[in-house]
Design a protein around this ligand. Structure first.
Ligand code: AMP
Length: 292
């Protein structure tokens, strides 16, 4: 599975990407997470990205593309990947196309998460993540579970919840504006390539997970449904041809002829006809012998 999750900040891409990654045993590649880690480590990339991130603007394409090229070259990506927060503009999308073509790993699908802006702001204000394992929660919609099974896998202690520096009111407004201007055009970009699937990402997290699973379900059931529909249509056509042959209604002679010739062609019917002819000739032979 090689997919891109596309959606505004707060649309739930990160949460769903985590679930999908765990379920499928493939990595979630979040450029936001990679950049935050670089900022935290104080690397050259982190220092260059910090100001743009704090302002809610996009980090320079060359930096992000260098980082993603390196990540997609790692061995765990061969089993598939979920891109979360990348690509963010048309330049990145075109570069991703080229990179994946080079790797011989084209995308299977791009899922667009649809959520209205009031809900986006509400979700972002409740968003918290664990400082140790990075898991994302929402104090309003999906708080961390309690009990022994709900400990941080990194420390074995309860999750230490922190709020992202850019999840404040002013930065959120800018991030939503940047999404509309730079990222939204990717919807048409991927629709034109036949890769786009859209889901309603509002509402309860588990319900969104189910909608996402349905959107990603293989094309096979759809193809099977098409085959079933085709078979039903041919059966209906055969029935109406047979009815026409029976009633010999004017204007339906051609259909009746087709039905008759279709009947002629079945091997069982040919065998029955051959047998009846043999019986007729045997009976007439017997009559001739009796007359003599
Ligand atoms: P996110 O966690 O995806 O909301 O990203 C947080 C911030 O990281 C964004 O507001 C950008 O400043 C930066 N960022 C993340 N992904 C990208 C990207 N693909 N291109 C440019 N900047 C990015």
């Amino acid at each position: 599975m090689r997919i891109v999750l596309l959606g505004a900040p707060g649309s739930g891409k990160g949460t769903q990407a985590q679930r999908l990654a765990e379920r499928n045993g493939i990595p979630q590649i979040s450029t936001g997470d990679l950049l935050r880690a670089a900022v935290a480590r104080g690397t050259a990339l982190g220092l260059a990205a910090k100001a743009a991130m704090e302002g809610g603007r996009l980090v320079d394409d060359a930096l992000v593309l260098g980082m993603i090229r390196e990540r997609l070259g790692e061995p765990d990506v061969r089993a598939g990947f979920i891109l979360d927060g990348f690509p963010r503009n048309l330049i990145q999308a075109a570069a991703l196309d080229g990179l994946l073509a080079e790797l011989g790993q084209p995308l299977d699908a791009v899922v667009q998460f649809e959520v209205d802006s009031a809900e986006l702001v509400r979700r972002i204000s409740g968003r918290r993540s664990c400082a140790d394992c990075g898991r994302v929660f929402n104090v309003l919609t999906s708080p961390p579970p309690t009990g022994a099974a709900a400990m941080c896998p990194g420390t074995g202690a309860p999750h230490r919840l922190i709020q992202r520096a850019d999840d404040n009111e002013a930065t959120v407004a800018e991030r939503l504006r940047v999404y509309d201007e730079k990222t939204r055009p990717l919807i048409d970009f991927y629709r034109a390539r036949g890769l786009l699937r859209t889901i309603d990402a509002a509402g309860e997290v588990n319900a969104v997970t189910q909608r996402l699973a349905r959107a990603l379900a293989p094309a096979a059931p759809a193809a099977a449904a098409r085959v079933r529909k085709g078979a039903a249509k041919s059966a209906a056509r055969a029935k109406s041809a047979a009815r026409a042959a029976k009633s010999r209604r004017p204007g339906t002679r051609a259909t009746a002829r087709r039905a008759k010739s279709a009947r002629k062609k079945t091997p069982a019917r040919a065998a029955r006809k051959k047998h009846a002819a043999a019986m007729r000739s045997r009976r007439s032979g017997a009559r001739r012998r009796t007359r003599r």
